[in-house]
Write a protein that binds this ligand. Structure first.
Ligand code: ADP
Length: 644
C-alpha cells in the first residue's frame, strides 16, 4: 500500500475527509429536533449531539501558548472571522422577530406594506447572511490551510534533522500519518472547534440578551431546563470518546496489516508460503472488530438521546403553557410566544455543543500534541552551538576507546581503538553482527559514541559542524537507494552542480555509463520504485558513481555480500579500485581481493576489535582471521569470495 493511500485510509476511517469536518466519533450526521421545531417552522433546528475528538490525554499547559503562537500570524484573518461571527449571530436573531411582527402587527393591523417589507426581509436576510458566511468560510479556510502549511513545513524540516535511531525505531506508516492525518486534522480543529466555539458562544449570548429583554419570566423557564441537556451530553461524550480511541487503534492495526501484507516484500512472502487464506482471515478478524466498534460508536448514547429529545420537547411545552397563560391574561401576544419558541433552538443547540467544549478542546489539543511530540524530539546528533567547521582534511581517522550501544544496555561496540592513516585502505572483517556497520556509522556521525571518541585529523567529531563533516565523507552502500526520478537526477543528488561531462565520467568510472546509454531514454530514464530496476550486479554502481561525483577524502564502503557473476564482479572491482585511491577508505570487506590489498585489516568479534594487521600477518597467527579465511576462502577464486 502506498503511503498516500495509507494516509487516505486512516483519514477516511477517522472521518477526516476533506470538507467533512473532523467527525471523530460523531454520530453519522444524525440530527434531532428539540422542542418540536420541525423544518416546517422555518425557524431553525437543533442538532444537540456532541462531537467528540480524540482520546483524552493530559495536555501540558504550554501547549495552549504554543498553539496561540502558531495562530499569531493570522491575527488579521482572526479579527475578520470574529466580525463575521458577531454579525451572523445578530442576523440569526432576526427571523423570529420578523415572524413576531407579521403575527402581532402586520396581520392584525392589516398593514400590507409592512407585511411586504417583512417578507422581503425574510428573503433578503439569508442572502446577506450567506454572503457573510462565504467571507467567513474563506477566512477560516485561509487560517486552517495556513496553519497546516506552517506545521507541515516545520514537521518535515524537523524530521530531516532527526537521527538515524528515530527512523530505525519508528514505523514508517506512523511518520507518514503524522504529517498527513494529524496535520490535516488541524484544519478541522480550526474550522470545527475554534470557530464552532466562537459561533456558539456569540449565539448564546445574543439570544440570552434578546429573550430576557422580551420576557424575563419565560426566559427563566427556558434556561431552567438547560442542565437536563448538558449533563447527559457530557456523559455520552466521554463514552463515545473511549470508543473512538479503541476504533482508532483497530484502524491503525488494520492499516499496519495492509501496509505489511500488500507491500511488495510482504506480498511475495504470502504467496511463496501460500498464506493467502491465513492473511485474509487475520484481516477479516481485525476488520470485524473494527466494524463492531464503529457500530457501537454510532449507537452509543442512543437511549440518552431519546430521553434527551423528551426534555427537548419540554422546553417549548413550558413556553406554550406559561406563555399561553400570560397571553390569555392579555399580558403577552401570540407573536412573542412563537418567536420565543424559535429562539429556544438558537439557545439549546449551541449550549449543548458548548457543554462538550472541554472534550472538544482536549481533542483539538491532542491533535496539536501529537504534532508537538514530533517537533519536540531532540535531534540526537547535531552540531553543537558554536561548532567549528571541519577544515578540508587529510583523512586520518582515529577511534579511541570507543563504546556504543543502541538501546543503552547491550554493548554493540566496546573499547574499539584503531587508526586509519590518510590514503589507507582499512578492511573491517568479522562474523555478521560483530559491529562492523555500526563502527562505520560513527564516522559520519549517524550516531555518537557513548564512550571514547572518534577524531578525524585530530578533530573530535562531536565538536565540528555536521555539514562540514558529512561533506567530506562518501558512502557506498550494498544497494543504492534511488528516488523516483530520472537516473540523471538520482546521480546528481551527490553534486547538483556537476556538468554533463562530469556526470558521464563518473558513470563511466562506476561502469554504468554503457548500461544507462542502452536504456530507452538514456540518462532521462525513470528509476526508483516504479521505474527501471537495476539487476543484482548493477545495484551498487549508482552508489559508486555518486561517490566519484562527490569526490570525498574519506570513503566508507560496504561490499556487496551477494555472489555476483564474474562480469559484474570484475566491473565492480574495476570501479572500486580507482575510487579508493588517494582516499582513506573504511571497507566492510567480503572479498578476498579487498583484504589482500588492504593496508590494515580490523577483525571484529562481538563488538570487540580482536585482531589488527595485514593479511600476511594475520593469516599466520591462527586466530579468528585465520579461521575466517580457512572457512570462507577455501577453494574460492579471489574474486567473488564472500567473507563476513
Ligand atoms: P555487522 O555489520 O558486523 O554485521 P552491525 O553493526 O550491523 O554488525 O550490528 C551489530 C549489532 O548491533 C547486532 O547485534 C545488531 O543486531 C545490532 N544492531 C544493528 N542495528 C541496530 C539498531 N538500529 N538498533 C538496535 N540494534 C542494532
Amino acid at each position: 500500500m502506498m503511503p498516500g493511500a495509507l494516509a487516505w485510509a486512516r483519514a477516511n476511517a477517522r472521518g477526516e475527509m476533506p470538507g467533512e469536518g473532523l467527525r471523530i466519533g460523531s454520530i453519522g450526521g444524525a440530527e434531532r429536533l428539540i422542542g418540536g421545531l420541525g423544518r416546517g417552522f422555518g425557524l431553525g433546528q437543533v442538532q444537540y449531539e456532541p462531537k467528540e475528538r480524540d482520546r483524552q490525554t493530559p495536555i501540558p499547559r504550554d501547549h495552549y501558548r504554543r498553539v496561540a503562537g502558531y495562530l499569531k500570524p493570522y491575527g488579521r484573518q482572526g479579527i475578520g472571522i470574529l466580525a463575521c461571527v458577531c454579525i451572523s449571530s445578530v442576523f440569526g436573531l432576526a427571523p423570529p422577530q420578523i415572524v413576531r411582527l407579521i403575527i402581532d402587527r402586520a396581520i392584525p393591523q392589516a398593514d400590507l406594506s409592512l407585511l411586504g417589507w417583512l417578507v422581503a426581509g425574510m428573503i433578503g436576510l439569508p442572502v446577506v447572511a450567506g454572503l457573510i458566511s462565504v467571507l467567513q468560510n474563506y477566512l477560516t479556510i485561509r487560517v486552517g490551510q495556513g496553519l497546516m502549511y506552517d506545521l507541515r513545513n516545520a514537521l518535515y524540516r524537523h524530521l530531516q534533522l532527526l537521527s538515524l535511531r528515530f527512523y530505525t525505531s519508528t514505523r514508517s506508516g506512523e511518520i507518514i500519518s503524522r504529517i498527513g492525518n494529524d496535520v490535516a486534522a488541524i484544519r478541522e480543529v480550526v474550522r470545527g472547534t475554534f470557530i464552532g466555539i466562537l459561533t456558539n458562544f456569540f449565539t448564546v449570548i445574543a439570544t440570552l440578551v434578546v429573550i430576557f429583554g422580551m420576557n424575563w419570566q419565560l426566559a427563566c423557564l427556558a434556561v431552567a431546563i438547560l442542565p437536563t441537556f448538558i449533563l447527559p451530553t457530557r456523559r455520552v461524550g466521554r463514552i463515545r470518546q473511549r470508543l473512538t480511541a479503541e476504533t482508532q487503534e483497530q484502524q491503525a492495526e488494520l492499516s499496519a496489516h495492509m501496509f505489511e501484507t500488500l507491500h511488495l516484500g510482504g506480498f511475495v512472502l504470502t504467496q511463496i508460503f501460500g498464506r493467502e487464506e491465513y492473511e485474509s482471515e487475520r484481516f477479516r478478524r481485525i476488520n470485524e472488530r473494527l466494524m463492531g466498534l464503529e457500530i457501537r460508536q454510532v449507537m452509543a448514547g442512543r437511549w440518552f438521546f431519546l430521553v434527551l429529545s423528551l426534555f427537548g420537547a419540554v422546553g417549548p411545552a413550558l413556553i406554550y403553557w406559561y406563555g399561553g397563560y400570560q397571553a390569555i391574561q392579555g399580558q403577552l401576544t401570540v407573536g412573542v410566544i412563537i418567536a420565543f419558541v424559535a429562539y429556544l433552538a438558537n439557545l439549546y443547540r449551541p449550549i449543548t455543543q458548548l457543554a462538550s467544549v472541554y472534550v472538544e478542546v482536549q481533542g483539538a489539543m491532542a491533535v496539536f500534541a501529537r504534532i508537538f511530540e514530533y517537533l519536540d524530539l531532540e535531534p540526537e546528533v547535531r552540531s553543537r552551538p558554536g561548532a567549528h567547521p571541519l577544515p578540508p582534511v587529510q583523512g586520518r581517522i582515529l577511534f579511541d576507546q570507543v563504546g556504543f550501544s543502541y538501546d543503552g544496555e547491550m554493548r554493540v561496540l566496546e573499547g574499539i581503538s584503531f587508526a586509519a592513516e590518510p590514503g589507507q585502505l582499512v578492511a573491517l572483517v568479522g562474523p555478521s553482527g560483530a559491529g562492523k556497520t555500526t563502527a562505520t556509522y560513527l564516522v559520519p556521525r549517524f550516531y555518537d559514541p557513548d564512550a571514547g571518541r572518534v577524531t578525524i585529523d585530530g578533530h573530535n567529531l562531536k565538536e565540528v559542524d555536521l555539514g562540514s563533516l558529512r561533506g567530506q565523507i562518501g558512502m557506498v552502500t550494498q544497494e543504492t537507494f534511488l528516488f523516483h526520478a530520472s537516473i540523471r537526477e538520482n546521480l546528481l543528488y551527490a553534486r547538483p552542480e556537476a556538468t554533463q561531462e562530469e556526470l558521464v565520467e563518473a558513470a563511466r568510472g562506476a561502469h554504468i555509463h554503457e548500461l544507462i546509454e542502452g536504456l530507452p531514454q538514456g540518462y532521462d530514464t525513470l528509476v526508483g520504485e516504479r521505474g527501471f530496476r537495476l539487476s543484482g550486479g548493477e545495484k551498487q554502481r549508482p552508489s559508486i558513481a555518486r561517490a566519484i561525483l562527490k569526490n570525498p577524502r574519506i570513503l566508507i564502503l560496504d561490499e556487496a555480500t551477494s555472489s555476483l557473476d564474474s562480469g559484474s564482479e570484475a566491473a565492480i572491482q574495476a570501479a572500486m579500485e580507482p575510487l579508493m585511491k588517494g582516499r582513506t577508505s573504511l571497507v566492510i570487506a567480503h572479498r578476498l581481493s579487498t583484504v589482500l590489498s588492504a593496508d590494515k585489516i580490523l577483525v571484529f568479534d562481538r563488538g570487540k576489535l580482536v585482531e589488527e594487521g595485514t593479511h600476511a600477518e594475520l593469516s599466520g597467527r591462527g586466530g579468528l582471521y585465520a579461521r575466517l579465511c580457512a572457512q570462507q576462502f577455501r577453494g574460492r577464486t579471489e574474486q567473488g569470495a564472500p567473507m563476513g
